[in-house]
Design a protein around this ligand. Structure first.
Ligand code: TXA
Ligand code: MG
Length: 323
């Protein structure tokens, strides 16, 4: 895999690869994506192979303009309101699909997930390629999401020819997925747009982000976002020198762990989300017996953080390494 600093030249080269049916990893405001031409089923199949992702888990399609969404899905008045309020940005809308989208991308569902990322590199790549990009997060299926080009290289170096390096992803957790094909709008995954902000724009909505073995609506796998090290919630008591602590806020001096990562020094949920995956990658690389995680408050981006931690806990359940 080549890692190229994202500039006009490397973006043009990446766009060339996309048009030739190849894969390119690229930064978005949430996490790095692994992109292919969304209209090319063969190219999209390579995404599933590179990620070792099961074919029943559909992909998000990324557009560079709101109008491009209408080629892929049916944009209702409600969808238009959400687009006006949150795009570009970390909100994915699940819409009734059009025939332009290959079955492979939607895993045969009658719906398609679409978003317009708020990241210059992503937008320029989509424009230069001249096609919407199907792109899941650029990690192996079920493992920690990548928020730097180095994270992408660690997991996918053999399977992807190029990653555009645009630095760290500022939001740091994936997009909020909102399903508009139910009678009531339903959040399938809490993410970068706060549920409270959605509520303020569209009123009533449901939350259905419960993790499942095999999601009835995708985006809900219970084994997602997992470090290789077992993750447990911290009860404020355990304290061992072979464990790591993922602290939401600064912890009492005197609390002893082999490694401590503090997500925010000032109770700032956005800052905490932005640091989440990089901190987990570091703790996971530290050879610890277990990672204890402090619970964030259950509001705003705290919901997205808690969702990722719960899935990591479930995914590593029963995998305790004995001391
Ligand atoms: O922030 C993000 O959303 C990042 C960046 C790269 O844009 N992408 C991302 O993709 O997180 P991925 O594949 O890791 O997660 C997308 C989730 C999947 O779990 C998938 O099941 C769900 O979106 N999804 C895709 N299409 C769907 C659909 N038609 N209905 C319900 N869920 C869908
Ligand atoms: Mg993912």
């Amino acid at each position: 895999m080549r890692v190229l600093s994202a500039d006009e030249r490397s973006i043009a080269e990446a766009a060339e690869l996309i048009r030739a049916g190849e894969l390119v990893a690229f930064p978005t405001e949430t996490v790095y994506g692994l992109g292919a031409d969304a209209r090319d089923a063969r190219a999209c199949a390579a995404i599933f192979q590179a990620k070792r992702r099961p074919f029943f888990d559909p992909l998000i399609v990324h557009v560079a303009q709101a109008e491009q969404a209408a080629e892929l899905g049916e944009v209702s008045a409600l969808a238009r309101r959400l687009i006006a309020a949150f795009w570009p940005g970390p909100l994915t809308l699940v819409l009734p699909r059009t025939p332009v989208v290959p079955d492979l991308v939607t895993a045969g569902l009658p719906t398609v997930a679409v978003r317009m990322p708020a990241h210059e590199v992503a937008l320029r790549l989509i424009r230069a390629a001249g096609t919407p990009l199907a792109a899941p997060s650029a990690n192996r299926f079920g493992l920690l999401s990548p928020t730097t080009a180095a994270h992408v290289r660690e997991q996918l170096s053999e399977d992807v020819p190029l990653v555009l390096d645009g630095g760290s992803c500022p939001v740091g957790v994936e997009s909020t997925i909102l399903d508009l094909t139910n009678p009531r709008p339903t959040v399938l995954r809490p993410g970068g747009v706060e549920v409270e902000a959605l509520h303020a724009v569209i009123g009533e909505l449901s939350l259905d982000a419960s993790p499942r073995e095999r999601p009835h609506a995708p985006g809900q796998f219970k084994g997602h976002y997992a470090p290789r090290t077992p993750l447990r919630f911290w009860n404020g008591q355990e304290e061992t020198t072979d464990a790591g602590l993922l602290a939401f806020e600064r912890v009492e001096p005197g609390v002893r762990f082999a490694a401590v990562e503090v997500l925010t020094s000032r109770g700032d949920l956005r800052e905490a989300a932005g640091n989440l995956f990089a901190a987990l990658h570091r703790l996971d690389a530290a050879g610890l017996r277990v990672i204890y995680a402090q619970r964030p408050p259950e509001r705003g981006l705290g919901l997205a953080i808690l969702d990722r931690l719960r899935k990591a806990e479930r995914a590593t359940h029963g995998t305790d390494r004995s001391p």
